[in-house]
Design a binder for this molecule. Structure first.
Ligand code: F3S
Ligand code: F3S
Length: 105
């Protein structure tokens, strides 16, 4: 799967959402998250993010390793809804992400 990391926080550009053929990029309050079971690893989202927040799971920089589990844990309650557009924004960001200072400088 692909992973979204900290550069997305408070940016939420959503260019990635437009590219994803399976609508598997879901919105939290601070950033977006990729549903690992729904992602088909097409790679279409990665190059379009203006802040380079998206990585293949094996290529996530060490400093953003917590975002690998944060992307998975976002779906503990949501499960696999089969499409982000019908779910909309949900307040399920991980606690450490909720606690980040505002990033929209
Ligand atoms: Fe975030 Fe980049 Fe998508 S800022 S919403 S990962 S295009
Ligand atoms: Fe979607 Fe392909 Fe990215 S399935 S999340 S656009 S790798």
């Amino acid at each position: 799967t692909y992973i979204i990391a900290e550069p997305c926080v408070d940016v939420l550009d959503k260019a990635c959402v437009e590219e994803c053929p399976v609508d598997c990029i879901y919105e939290g309050n601070r950033m977006l998250y990729i549903q690992p079971d729904e992602c088909v690893d097409c790679g279409a989202c990665e190059p379009v993010c203006p802040v380079e927040a998206i990585f293949y799971e094996d290529d996530v920089p060490d400093e953003w390793e917590p975002y690998v589990s944060a992307n998975a844990d976002f779906f503990d309650d949501l499960g696999s809804p089969g499409g982000a557009s019908k779910v909309g924004k949900t307040d399920l960001d991980a606690a450490f992400i909720k606690g980040l200072p505002p990033m929209n400088s």
